[in-house]
Design a protein. Sequence first.
Length: 294
Amino acid sequence: MTRFSALIGIVAISFSAIFVRLADVAPATAGLFRAAYAIPVLFLASRIGGDQRSRRLRMLAFASGLLLAGDVALWHTAIGLVGAGLSTVVANTQVLWVGLTAWLLFRERPTHTAFVVVPIVLVGVALIGGVGATDAYGDNPALGAGLSLIASFFYAAFLLLFRAANVEQGNVAGPLLDVTLGITVAFLVGGWLDPGFSLLPEWPAHGWLIALSLLVHTGGWLLIAAALPRLPALETSVMLLLQPAGTILWAGIIFDERLAVNQWIGVGLVLTGILTVAILGTVRRVEADTPTDP
């Protein structure tokens, strides 16, 4: 049942970019409503499961939500430029930047794998952005790929801060609620910088935003957060790749997103790189390489 729950959650989040594109609203509008509609459900879930975290940990989770809002804003914008599938693939390169940030902040040394894989993944991102292709998919694939890559940096920073806020393993709904509150506040304050931002989206856009919030942001992530820590690392890494792969599939079926050959090659390079570093890692602790005194 743990594997089944994780699989259902990953399939659910693979529809994230699909629902954003179907809603066809401003990036900030989609960002606000994907979070706001989730708040009542997550509040009830956190109370039912109990939440004994300290105020400091709650504030860290809230702050991580502000970072995640930056990721969401950039990614939602990229969806309209390079498509739902490709933007999701590039945004998932966050696994690289988490490792490299840990190198800078936590005294963890890059492995040889990192030095080999990172350039390969960046070549893949360039190909996704349309380099060398005259028939690249997307209104502005280069800008879309670039924004997705920047979004992945925000997502990496979110993950590191959220990990620090989640040192007490317990009810996953509480931390996710604080993150969601951070996203909501960020878009209420900064959403007005988006010229198309609106607090009153029309139907059927509103229906797609409700699906984005309840099926993806709430249901999908609750299932994933509860299930994946109980699974082996290798299995987790492989399963998480189903999100970008699934989004590529749905985008092709629903929106007829037909990628250029170079973009398919880029997708292959990026997904292979992500899987490689997820399995082998990009850093190792300095202490592990330092001889101890006899």
